[in-house]
Design a protein around this ligand. Structure first.
Ligand SMILES: NC(=O)c1ccc[n+]([C@@H]2O[C@H](COP(=O)([O-])OP(=O)(O)OC[C@H]3O[C@@H](n4cnc5c(N)ncnc54)[C@H](OP(=O)(O)O)[C@@H]3O)[C@@H](O)[C@H]2O)c1
Length: 278
């Protein structure tokens, strides 16, 4: 399977679709992730807080692929934003996953009231110099948080992983990313499948393109230049979610999907300006 890649501002690139792993833990999690790799995924998204970096490491081992054939991402939790803690957490994540480096390592949440994300970012910059991670980025950062990072360190994140799905299309944040040369990755790209049945317009549109609604949504992200990391424990849906590169949504239909977004459309209302996760 040939998955297109998007260029990053540090000269590397990122597959347009990866595999989300939240809740996929233990032996069954490792088997599900290994199945996803067998079904064609080469980019795996994990996090310290998912408590499954071990399962990801096991899946990598089961895949039999070489390290440089895979693209592995993990995330720094909010409780380890101090410089020394961030360095140790990153190393601990690598040990859990049985890896020598991450392709991408990002700060999971800015936790602005704690005020330590600059310190965490300095640790990531150093970890990149040490070769523990190839690309560094952030997640759930609002424009003011990124402006602050750049003002304090001069180093711009390569990616920002944010909540994005048809109910919350993040048009303003994406415009900022595009202006700053930061790639958008969408978490919960399918809105955790919570609202799929409610979107009659998209059900009809999916029929027209002869795809399922998941494929239509993932293609919509792709045409917006956004990387997605859909999760599925179902082999057929895993494969289907990768199979979105042989049709094109018209401009009119793209705008129709854009129009489904609502201001309070976040799945659980997690606004990074106030929400903090440790
Ligand atoms: N940075 C952050 O703060 C953050 C926050 C949340 C998530 N994430 C990352 O983003 C990843 C993806 O988000 P997510 O797991 O929350 O949600 P998601 O990928 O939007 O949705 C997953 C759900 O959709 C179902 N599904 C998958 N493909 C489908 C299809 N084609 N049609 C219908 N249903 C489908 C899955 O069920 P089945 O398993 O039954 O297929 C599962 O219940 C996570 O796994 C995690 O890696 C990051």
């Amino acid at each position: 399977m040939n998955i297109p890649e998007f260029e990053l501002n540090d000269g590397t690139s990122l597959p347009a679709i990866g595999f989300g792993t939240v809740q996929l833990k233990g032996y069954s999690g490792a088997l599900t992730i290994a199945e996803a790799i067998r079904n064609g995924y080469r980019f795996i998204d994990t996090a310290y807080n998912y408590e499954n970096e071990g399962a990801v490491g096991k899946a990598i081992e089961l895949s039999g692929l070489r390290r440089n054939e895979l693209y592995i991402e993990s995330k720094l939790p909010g409780r380890y934003h101090s410089y020394d803690d961030a360095m140790t957490a990153l190393q601990e994540s690598l040990l859990r996953a049985n890896l020598e480096y991450f392709d991408l390592y990002i700060i999971h949440w800015p936790n602005p009231n704690e005020g330590k994300y600059i310190e965490a970012w300095r640790a990531l910059i150093e970890a990149q110099k040490l070769g523990l991670v190839k690309t560094i980025g952030v997640s759930n950062f609002l424009p003011q948080h990124i402006d602050h990072l750049v003002a304090k360190t001069g180093v711009r994140p390569a990616v920002n992983q944010i909540e994005m799905h048809p109910r919350f299309n993040q048009a303003v944040q994406r415009e900022y990313h595009d202006k700053e040369g930061i790639l958008t990755t969408a978490w919960s790209p399918l809105g955790r499948a919570r609202y799929l049945a409610e979107f009659d317009e998209m059900q009809d549109m999916a029929k027209k393109y002869d795809v399922n609604i998941g494929q239509l949504i993932l293609r919509w992200h792709y045409q917006h230049g956004v990387v997605t990391i859909p999760r599925s424990s179902n082999a057929a849906r895993q494969s289907g979610n990768l199979n979105i590169f042989d049709f094109e949504i018209t401009r009119e239909d793209m705008e129709a999907v854009d129009g489904l977004s609502v201001p309070g459309g976040r799945i659980d209302g997690l606004d990074p300006a106030v929400y903090e996760e440790f």
